[in-house]
Design a protein around this ligand. Structure first.
Ligand code: DAH
Length: 341
């Protein structure tokens, strides 16, 4: 039987295949259900047990050789056929356009925010997502052991609790004051992290845009006017903004900002809990302690800052009800933004 296998192996190697017919003849002779290989496997069943190991290995090698040769030539012949087909195609027909991807809704909002603020002289700054305690807390006037630190649900690194994932983009304010003298007029979009259970309304990662304006004689009315302008440009002329007193360690006075609920246009609905208003972020005058911590003289300079949620604004603008849609990458969701600019 070993002899037979050897002979077959040579025969297979020398078999010439140059057309579709050759390939079919080859298949019938060797690899088809009634081909020589099948017969060989039948014969193999009758072989004495002590020879099975050696012969089995040889037959398998032969099978691989035969099938390998078949597949290789099939590929070549198929490719040749396809080529011939192409030659027959009508090249004057109009092309079928490729499906273009679409921009992610969060990117759309981010670009729009940048566009609006660039028009009034704000540039764009960035900072790292892995931060230290100084940039996330201390330089922003969070006292040691202050409960406001806990409110942020920070992800710390076990090995070194000084290292953390930034919980807000206010860190970039600190980065910026560290590398640039006033006047500073910048917005800082970016990703932030908080140790929160994921639900329709909360996520452990989301995006904010921070704003910082430091110069001589910057006042609270500058802050209000800037944000009035932004909200009208972003959401439309009939959308109002209101400020509610609040607390942040890094601003004094501080406010939270609400805009007219875009779902019910102020009438009252589930989304705005019947109030007609929805919150989009916080703002305030930069606390003199923050300026001092960052080597800026509070006697000479004042400033305002704000931080807004990009997911929150996107959900309002496009009436998206579940935060998780942003990270699931379901194309049925993403496709709905194709062509939106
Ligand atoms: N960092 C705040 C937060 O994540 C948002 C914020 C509030 C930013 C007031 C500011 C500000 O710059 O002035 O909740």
């Amino acid at each position: 039987m070993l002899e037979k296998i050897k002979a077959l192996s040579t025969e297979i190697e020398n078999y010439l295949i140059s057309s579709k017919e050759d390939l079919e003849n080859y298949r019938l002779a060797f690899t088809s259900r009634n081909g020589i290989l099948s017969q060989l496997f039948e014969e193999f069943k009758t072989v004495a047990n002590d020879q099975k190991k050696v012969l089995g290995a040889e037959i398998n090698k032969l099978k691989q050789l035969a099938e390998g040769k078949f597949l290789m030539h099939k590929e070549i012949i198929d490719a040749q056929e396809e080529n011939n087909d192409t030659n027959k195609k009508d090249l004057t027909l109009p092309v079928i356009p490729n499906q273009l991807g679409s921009r992610h809704p969060l990117s759309l909002t981010r670009s729009r925010i940048i566009q609006i603020f660039e028009r009034i002289g704000f540039n764009v700054s960035e900072g790292p997502e892995i931060e230290d305690d100084w940039h996330n807390f201390t330089a922003l006037n969070f006292p040691e052991n202050h409960p406001a630190r806990e409110m942020q649900d920070t992800f710390f690194i076990n090995k070194n609790p000084d290292i953390l994932l930034r919980t807000h983009t206010s860190t970039v304010q600190v980065r910026l004051m560290g590398r640039q003298k006033p006047p500073i007029r910048s917005i800082m979009p970016g990703r932030v992290y908080r140790n929160e259970a994921i639900s329709a309304r909360a996520h452990c990662l989301f995006h904010q845009v921070e704003g910082l304006y430091i110069d001589k004689d910057v006042s609270f009315s500058d802050l209000k006017n800037t944000l009035y302008y932004f909200v009208k440009e972003m959401f439309g002329k009939d959308i109002e903004i209101r400020f509610r007193p609040s607390f942040f360690p890094f601003t004094e006075p501080s406010a939270e900002m609400d805009i007219t609920c875009l779902i019910c246009k102020g009438e009252g609905c589930n989304v705005c809990k019947q109030s007609g208003w929805v919150e989009i972020g916080g703002a305030g005058m930069v606390d003199p302690n923050v300026l001092k911590a960052n080597n800026i003289n509070p006697e000479e300079y004042t400033g305002f800052a704000f931080g807004m949620g990009i997911e929150r604004m996107t959900m309002l603008k496009y009436q998206i009800k579940d935060l998780r849609l942003f990270t699931e990458n379901d194309v049925r969701f993403l496709r709905q933004f194709s062509g939106v600019v």
